[in-house]
Design a binder for this molecule. Structure first.
Ligand code: SAH
Ligand code: SF4
Ligand code: F3S
Length: 489
């Protein structure tokens, strides 16, 4: 889940940090056990659930213990160098397992698989199978190939694949919040970013399949969905000619309100209308594409959470241009002002990169003053890490010394800590509507859950409420990452 960042994790390989180990799921058993470990962003975590679903169909059961596994998959991230390093170190640990059990299948999935392709098999002898993010339907064949003694690779990217018809196996789930993928790939070409190369072209998923998945989750007791895409604001679905025929034939009787083209504001509304008890979150918004229409929709529906993750990357217009973000400082500020104007009480978080190519101290200071302007509730902050093949790697020297990147990062981390604390303190004395997620990490005498604005709230366990329910919590005190209070009527 989108976790609150602990300062020493801010330059971890992903926004999420922790590796996800999957709990066993019941399936039609083929006697073989699958273990998946996921790194990187929420999309990758969501993809692991699709992989588990595809293999559950083949009779694989998932296990949380890799020592019991017949197949070990690592779903990898390439976003920064240290993300890849972490995967390589983890693979070394599996060498021991393979020596003990030569029949063990070791596979690399996800973004690193896509970036390195068959080179991976040369670099890491232990690996049997390399599968890119659009090729998971081929996994049963690829495993067969490995079983017959070959190495297997499928890294084909697709312009259509959205896995729309696959109902993900919810792994390691609390039964309350779930990720729902609404699109794949990215058509932006931010110069620092490897994602367009590892995830391919942007494509949106059929809104009816998204709504159906959310309805199913709601019926199973889930109370919060997070709609996922690299740039949710460019979500766009146009019915194909085939489905247009179907809808025009059935015009009189079917849902006549479905617009021809569904944009993100339309989709948000469709999901919000499923049930007022189902909270809707989404990630990631892009400053160039977020429309007032989306903001009005967020404000209109109580169950669409008042929280926007709007990565700024830099507060300086020259750096933003070199990053190919296609907005400048003024544009970004205009979007922040629009959020504040249109949505009552909206939390805003961001991503920042320090030490991008040629960044001067003054330009870095523009990022600092942007933080002063917005006073973000929360931020994920990273040192620039050059990624092979990206536009920045081709065009610009990675010329900011490591110590400078580090000290700029430390400066903004300290600044963010202050603003997170400031935002949290401002909640004291207020009543927050909290969806209870379970016991707090520290004590089973306390529950934890999130406020509408995505703050983690801790309060004592009580007899009249349980996980999956909403409670009103009066906030009494806070740290920079948590609100603490008690349930009130
Ligand atoms: N689609 C999202 C970002 C996904 S990657 C968006 O457009 O905002 C998550 C974050 O990782 C980015 O926002 C960026 O801050 C960071 N990031 C991406 N590439 C990076 C690199 N080469 N070095 C350091 N941080 C990077
Ligand atoms: Fe990367 Fe930019 Fe696409 Fe985000 S919008 S995934 S940063 S290319
Ligand atoms: Fe990493 Fe790929 Fe996500 S590079 S951040 S896992 S899209």
């Amino acid at each position: 889940m989108m976790d609150l960042v602990i300062p020493d994790k801010v330059h971890d390989e992903s926004r999420q940090g922790e590796a996800l180990v999957l709990e066993p799921v019941a399936g039609k058993n083929n006697g073989r056990k699958l273990y998946i470990e996921s790194y990187g962003c929420a999309m990758n975590f969501s993809d692991s659930e699709i992989v588990a679903s595809i293999l559950a169909e083949q009779g694989f059961e998932t296990t949380a213990d890799h020592n019991l596994a017949d197949v070990i998959f690592i779903n990898t991230c390439s976003i920064r160098e240290n993300a890849e390093q972490r995967v390589r170190n983890r693979l070394k640990e599996f060498t021991v397992a393979k020596v003990k059990n030569p029949g063990l299948v070791v596979g690399v999935l996800g973004c690193m698989a896509e970036r390195l392709k068959s080179k991976f098999l040369e670099e890491e002898k232990l690996v049997d199978v390399v599968v890119g993010p659009d090729a998971y339907r081929d996994l049963p064949n690829l495993i067969d190939q490995v079983d017959s003694g070959q190495k297997a690779v499928n890294v084909l990217l697709s312009r259509e694949e959205t896995y729309a018809d696959i109902s993900p196996v919810r792994l390691n789930s609390n039964g309350i919040n779930a990720f729902v993928s609404i699109m794949r790939g990215c058509d932006n070409m931010c110069s620092f970013c490897v994602v367009p190369f590892t995830r391919g072209r942007e494509r949106s998923r059929d809104p009816q399949s998204i709504v159906a998945e959310c309805v199913d989750l709601f019926n199973k007791g889930y109370r919060e969905v997070t709609l996922l895409g690299q740039n949710v604001d460019s979500y766009k679905w146009k019915p194909s000619s085939e489905s247009e025929v179907v809808s025009s034939e059935s015009k009189d009787t079917s849902n006549a309100t479905t617009p021809e083209t569904t944009n993100f504001a339309n989709l948000l509304e469709m999901v919000a209308l499923i049930n007022p008890e189902l909270r809707v979150r989404f990630s990631t918004s892009h400053p160039k594409d977020i429309t007032d229409d989306v903001l009005y929709t967020i404000n209109e529906y109580e169950n669409i959470c008042n929280y926007i993750h709007l990565p700024v990357q830099s507060g300086n217009s020259r750096i933003l241009e070199m990053m190919n973000r296609t907005y400048d400082r003024d544009w970004y500020i205009n979007r922040i002002d629009a959020i504040r104007r249109i949505i009552t009480d909206c939390a805003i978080s961001t991503d920042v990169i320090t030490g991008f190519c040629t960044e001067t101290d003054e330009e870095h200071n523009d990022t600092v003053t942007m933080m002063d302007y917005v006073k973000y509730d929360f931020a994920y902050m990273f040192k620039y890490s050059e990624r092979p093949g990206t536009l920045a790697a081709k065009r610009y020297a990675d010329d900011i010394p490591e110590e400078v990147k580090q000290s700029r990062l430390a400066q903004i981390v300290a600044k963010q800590q202050e603003y997170s604390f400031y935002r949290m303190q401002a909640r004291i004395g207020k009543v927050e509507k909290v969806l209870i997620e379970g016991y707090s990490k520290k004590s089973d005498k306390d529950y934890c859950g999130r406020s509408d604005q995505n703050a983690m709230v801790i309060f004592p366990v009580g007899e009249n409420y349980k996980p999956g329910q909403y409670v009103n919590v009066l906030i009494e005190r806070s740290t920079s990452a948590t609100l603490i209070g008690k349930v009130v009527n």
